[in-house]
Design a protein around this ligand. Structure first.
Ligand code: HEM
Length: 195
């Protein structure tokens, strides 16, 4: 199977089209209080394409490469899918809790590939004291997501692709507070597929 950016562009394009229609309808009705200004439209569409497309398609591409590299992992995922979903229906969200191994593999792909190692830049809105440092208001700060995703204590052998990082001794899915590919802190973005 070939995964192209187009496969993730399609839903974004659909949403962009919905925004355009809403914008036009709002304008047609001369609704002065409408949220749909041309600026909102441009921001929403560029957010969807810029933030939502490349991240998802690159993650899927890396995921497929890892599944090719580790056929024993792929076989276990296939077995779990066959057992829980089978061949006669589409998967649904309720299946997720019954698929700890597949859930762990998806998490491990995101942890291992460390897609956005330094997150996006942020600025402190007030003077901040952090350990022995005083960070003046307005300073641009980068949070190192690598330092968390590849933390050696939380994930032994962090450079090794191992779904066991997210499984307990009984094979149940093990949540980790160190799983933060979508950012850190209270502004954590939850638009991603696992968010
Ligand atoms: C594997 C998939 C994804 C990953 C790893 C990911 C990761 C991230 C990260 C690390 C940030 C920066 C957060 C911050 O500023 O602290 C971010 C921001 C954002 N993401 Fe995602 N994301 C993914 C998918 C998506 C999708 C599917 C959408 C929308 C459909 C989306 C929309 C956004 C938006 C709107 C922002 C904020 C951009 C801004 O502040 O200008 N992301 N994402």
């Amino acid at each position: 199977m070939v995964v192209t950016a187009a496969m993730t562009v399609a839903p974004a394009a659909l949403l962009a089209a919905v925004f355009v229609v809403m914008f036009c309808e709002a304008k047609e009705k001369h609704n002065q209080h409408s949220e749909f200004t041309i600026e909102d439209l441009v921001c929403s569409v560029s957010d969807l394409f810029g933030a939502g497309t490349e991240t998802t398609s690159t993650t899927v591409r890396y995921g497929l490469l890892l599944l090719l590299k580790y056929p024993e992992v792929t076989a276990k995922v296939q077995e779990e899918i066959g057992h829980v979903v089978g061949r006669h229906r589409s998967p649904c969200m309720q299946d997720r809790s019954c698929m700890p191994y597949t859930d762990a593999v998806v998490h491990e792909i995101q942890r291992y590939i460390n897609l956005l190692p330094t997150n996006l830049p942020h600025a402190v809105t007030c003077e901040v004291k952090f350990r022995n440092y005083l960070i003046p208001k307005g300073t641009t700060v980068f949070t190192s997501l690598t330092s968390v995703l590849h933390d050696e204590k939380e994930f032994p052998n962090p450079k090794v692709f191992d779904p066991g990082h997210f499984l307990d001794e009984s094979g149940n899915f093990k949540k980790s507070d160190y799983f933060m590919p979508f950012s850190a802190g209270i502004i954590e973005i939850t638009l991603g597929p696992l968010g």
